[in-house]
Ligand binder design. Structure first.
Ligand code: BG6
Length: 518
């Protein structure tokens, strides 16, 4: 064990442990932390399920999940055997008070056995409707009361709009103190997303030009080639704006646009991010059509394979008006960003799974070279590749070799895997470790979640009252509806086709597969 030794004993209670999240994300993350020596010496998972299940069955079910979803692939017998000893399941009716008494006793007994008090993490891997009954029962059985040791973890969706997020915040903060509440946005646990902070505030080079004087506009693209899978019931009520833009994309925007924090203290970092959300220019209802575009996919082809349209997906009604693509233009009204547009887009069934931030710099103030030398000239561009490969690319101009003076764009490249010869940890590994360390920097504070809802509120209002008349309006396998191109073209720009990075298995060589279109 390396650093996990310094962590306090931890009892990790997962409500809804038989579900998908536990199998695909939480346990693979905890297992990888264990293999890396990051787990506390005294640690136990107590999962709850409404169904009867014994530890053996539970462990088998989780092992399958780790085999399928862990970045390390299949488990090794010996490692798994050791790790799995700390996994337990209990049958629990989450609406019954006495079940929480039993849980409290199990936790107390374990602490007695360990001879010390443990941190108690209550992870709600549950549908939103269960948050209220579970938190109220936790309070009634006094499981919230150890202010320093009890923590509650809530997954998105964090409310459905500003009002419901406010209600949820009041519920949670009425039972737990804000510092006990960990609201997860898993994008904040991704290495490259965290790296935005390192890149901006660990270097002197970029900060002086990180403003309206040098930056022309910014694009944030989070594209997925997948459809909605088996999540139709949830997704049809959410849509792309709620599912992706309200949280993941706005959080990335905050990291790009925030001022330098004075320290890496969790509240200081979050204050600076909330400042950005507050500075975003409100979109009036009348202006929504000029700032936001929605789309829904029809049938099409992705990677040569036919895929069905949204209306034909499981649990989606034939006349659903839910958007599976959203693009939005935002302005951050402060000294640094006045007048610089931020374009955000995200959608399902786009050509590839790829996320990237593109910082487009302004043209040079004066072209020194003759026109014949600048035919290939392009403004500087910084690309932050978030996934699938992670890296940072900087485009700049050089002289093309030869007797004739001609400028040509080239890329300076940093590939995470090539530089560090390591596969970055999964977002959940970072986030779960931070919860155990009691570090909330990468988690949403209540006011942050509400401020993000305020930003998209007018768009939600207009979209729910004026139904789209042209759905489906993009074919699966394309970059969304034509209106999205028009949205950005209004300001004289065009979407940058994301850059594909490819690293060899052993990360010895990484390269750009497709040069982005100019
Ligand atoms: C989730 C959304 O928050 O993020 C999903 O609910 C989406 O719809 C997922 O597919 C994307 O996450 P990632 O890490 O695969 O980019």
């Amino acid at each position: 064990m390396k650093n996990g030794k310094s962590l306090d004993a931890t009892l990790f209670v997962i409500f809804g442990a038989a579900g998908d999240l536990t199998q695909r994300k939480l346990i693979p993350a905890l297992y990888n932390l264990y293999l890396n020596g990051w787990m506390p010496e005294k640690f136990e998972v107590i999962g709850t399920s409404s169904r009867e299940m014994n530890d053996v069955k539970f462990r088998d079910h989780l092992r399958k999940g780790v085999n399928q979803s862990s970045r390390r692939g299949k488990v090794k017998d010996e490692d798994w055997k050791n790790f799995a000893q700390c996994l337990h399941i209990i049958k629990m009716d989450l609406t019954e008070a006495k079940a929480y008494k039993t849980l409290a006793k199990i936790l107390a007994d374990r602490e007695k056995e360990w001879g010390e008090q443990a941190n108690r993490i209550f992870y709600l891997a549950l549908p939103p409707s269960m948050i209220e009954p579970v938190t109220r029962h936790l309070a009634a059985s006094k499981l919230n009361q150890e202010r320093k040791r009890a923590r509650i973890v809530v997954e998105k969706p964090f409310g459905h709009d500003l009002e419901s997020a406010g209600t949820l915040n009041r519920l949670l903060t009425g039972i737990f103190e804000e510092r006990q509440i960990f609201r997860i946005d898993h994008y904040l646990g991704k290495e490259t997303v965290q790296n935005i902070l390192a890149f901006r505030f660990g270097n002197t080079l970029f900060e002086p030009i990180w403003n309206r004087q040098y930056i022309d506009h910014i694009q944030i693209t989070v594209a997925e080639d997948q459809g909605i899978g088996h999540r139709g019931r949830y997704y049809d009520k959410a849509g792309a704006l709620r599912d992706m833009i309200q949280n993941h994309l706005l959080q990335i925007l905050c990291l790009i646009a925030m001022e330098a924090p004075v320290s890496f203290d969790d509240n200081e970092v979050r204050n600076k991010k909330v400042d950005v959300l507050h500075a975003i220019r409100p979109i009036s209802h009348e202006q929504v059509h000029r700032h936001a575009v929605r789309g829904q996919y029809g049938a099409g082809k992705i990677n040569g394979e036919y895929v069905k349209g949204y209306h034909d997906e499981e649990n989606i009604s034939e006349n659903s008006f839910t958007e599976t693509f959203a693009a939005i233009k935002l302005y951050v009204d402060n000294w640094r960003w006045q007048g610089v547009p931020f374009f955000l887009r995200s959608g399902k069934r786009l050509p590839a799974k790829i996320s990237e931030v593109s910082i487009q710099f302004k043209p040079v103030p004066h072209q020194t070279f003759p026109t014949s030398a600048t035919l290939d000239w392009r403004p500087n561009r910084l690309l932050i590749a978030i996934q699938p490969e992670e890296g940072i690319l900087l485009r700049f101009e050089v002289k093309k070799p030869g007797p004739i003076f001609q400028l040509s764009p080239v890329m300076m490249q940093f590939f995470y895997r090539e530089a560090f010869k390591a596969v970055p940890p999964e977002a959940y590994e970072t986030l779960l470790l931070d919860i155990m360390k009691n570090d909330a920097t990468l988690f949403l504070r209540g006011d942050q979640a509400e401020a993000a809802w305020s930003v998209i509120g007018p768009v939600l209002d207009v979209w729910s009252s004026v139904k789209s008349t042209d759905f489906p309006n993009y074919q699966a396998g394309t970059w969304g509806p034509e209106e999205s191109d028009i949205l950005i073209a209004q300001d004289g720009f065009s979407w940058i086709t994301p850059t594909t990075l490819k690293c060899q298995e052993d990360a010895s060589v990484c390269r750009i597969i497709t040069e982005p279109l100019p």
